[in-house]
Design a binder for this molecule. Sequence first.
Ligand code: ADP
Length: 456
Amino acid sequence: MFRKVLVANRGEIALRVIRACREMGIRTVAVYSEADRESLHVRFADEDVCIGPAQARDSYLNIPRIIAAAEITGANAIHPGYGFLAENAEFAEICERSDIVFIGPSAEHIRLMGDKATARKTMMGVNVPTVPGSEGAIEDAESALETARGIGFPVLIKAAAGGGGKGMRVASDADVFAAQLQMAQNEARSAFGDGSVYLEKYLARPRHIEIQIMGDHHGTVVHLGERECSLQRRHQKLIEEAPSAALTPQLRAQMGEAAIRGAKAIGYFSAGTVEFLLDEDGSFYFMEMNTRIQVEHPVTELVTGVDLVKEQIRVAAGERLSITATPELRGHCIECRINAEDPTRNFAPSPGQITIFHPPGGPGVRVDTHAYAGYKVPPYYDSLIGKLIVHGNTREEALVRSRIALDSFIIEGIHTTIPFLLELLSDADVVAGRLDTKLVERRMGERAAEAAASAA
Ligand code: ADP
């Protein structure tokens, strides 16, 4: 097993990894930017190294500095968390060349699944259903329009290198297609340095269902059930739960089996997530595979009893997975992402000093956060300041507990998304489990229309 692990990340996920290492008796090294000097991940790690100024490209994305920090401290493995370098194939390769174990899959896996057009083709090759769309990346505007007509409008134009909902555009009909195509390409080029895009049929009211998988170096690949991530705003997840109200045991087995088939086709190991869209008629389609630990991994941990981060570390050290089959799912779990944003001002970032911080507790309540009273939320990184993860014996119990926990989660000094999340968890369709990826935006549209009508 590793002696020392460097955590190449910040915030709640850095703390999460440090906790797993401590439980396993592994020493930890935190790296931090000048803006994160007062961060808890620095306090809780055994050693720490400042790797540069606040801007992520000068610190958390600076590969030479991170490798140097590992070499100076003698860390023999690096956990990348999510975001930053977690899906950077070059980084995984450099780790390997520097004799440092990258706690994740191989550089080749990252590269293969990082190009979403290639990932689609790979999945098609092993009969995993994909959303009807273009064969791979599209060539020119004219033939793309032909392809779009063949698929049938509306179509979704997606960046091959995409992530975080960037470079994604809907074309409702042939008239707007060329303009939307150009916008998607420009957005993709500026966000990812790669303008290639592909086409998919735009589904009207799908659910986002993803399967957690875990593989080791001994040929075992298991799935750990699904997460329902349909509650989104601008393609960003807000609330996730497990299991999904939409899945029967048969459908779960089918989707799980498809995810395993895809992973085995590329010899995958470590934690991975296979994302699907589930259509209203019960058909499911592969969307993309994420080759890292996800923000929402705790909901799977609470219904399966498996510590996914510890499994990742074990697998990276060459050990066998602690499970050989899908564990029985226990109860129900809901995660709310708490962001430092102002929901009344179109979710504008709300950095600044937290004056009061009182997280909820009680049975079934887990809070993963790096925030505390006096902590200054820096303006340089994403706005996630904590995750409220609530388990109950039933979905109803998990919902009630989540609402009570949100209601008693006191954060003052900055704005947070708590009031918005609370409202969402009281929505009749959400309570009934009738979810789809457009629900949140529909509700916000309705609310805006009501406000305009009452003002008139
Ligand atoms: P990213 O990697 O940028 O997050 P994804 O491919 O994971 O992009 O898609 C993000 C979200 O966009 C999905 O969860 C879903 O809400 C929506 N989406 C993606 N593809 C489609 C599609 N073909 N039809 C309808 N919605 C889609």
